[in-house]
Design a binder for this molecule. Structure first.
Ligand code: PNS
Length: 185
């Protein structure tokens, strides 16, 4: 039987309602969807560690029979090949996403002509939602509860993401800094 396995790669820091919307759409059209968190992201200070993100994604996608969650390092094309995946799923919210996504899709095609990139659009209400904006708003004390799944809100409200704290400690070099923060771990 002909089955389609796709990878939905990303940083997911944090997981947003837009990501979940895309996972639900992708899971309807492919047989198997692997949500893959990039471990060696160069996207500045993380809000959550990779294991925290993996745990949240795992919980949030528990209800889908054909969705799994994992992490990867290195080239996406190599990971896709290892997984036996034929496609990569990516979301496009607005024209502003297009250039970045186009370059990435073309580079991946150059690296592996057999791997296709599928683009899907999230629900209109999520077109302005991005992890980068949510991270920024949250770090400045803004309310992001309508934009992320409830379990991400729980993680945020029970203490700042561990990744953010570790990075802040390294940068401030203040001993005993942890005592000033309400840490979950
Ligand atoms: O959520 P993001 O940060 O937009 O996801 C970007 C991601 C993880 C899909 C991209 O950075 C990636 O695939 N990185 C792996 C390295 C790689 O394969 N680079 C070459 C393709 S441009």
């Amino acid at each position: 039987m002909h089955t389609v396995k796709a990878i939905y790669p990303g940083t997911f820091d944090p997981l947003t309602n837009g990501h979940l919307d895309l996972i639900a759409r992708g899971a309807k059209i492919v047989d198997e969807l692997v949500v893959a968190i990039l471990r060696n992201s160069e996207k500045g200070t993380p809000l959550f560690t990779v294991p925290e993100r993996e745990e949240m994604l795992f919980e949030a996608t528990r209800g889908f029979g054909n969705v799994s969650v994992t992490t990867f390092n290195g080239l996406l094309v190599d990971f896709a090949r290892e997984q036996g995946a034929k496609a990569v799923l990516r979301g496009i919210r607005a024209i502003s996403d297009y250039e970045y996504e186009f370059q990435m899709a073309m580079m991946n095609r150059k690296l592996d002509p057999e791997l296709e990139t599928l683009f899907m659009m999230p629900a209109e209400k999520y077109t302005y939602v991005s992890s980068r904006l949510i991270k920024g708003v949250f770090q400045l004390g803004g309310d992001v509860t309508a934009l992320v799944p409830p379990l991400v809100v729980d993680h945020l409200s029970s203490g700042i993401g561990l990744g953010f704290v570790v990075d802040l400690m390294c940068r401030t070099r203040v001993e005993g800094f942890t005592g000033m923060l309400n840490l979950r771990h």
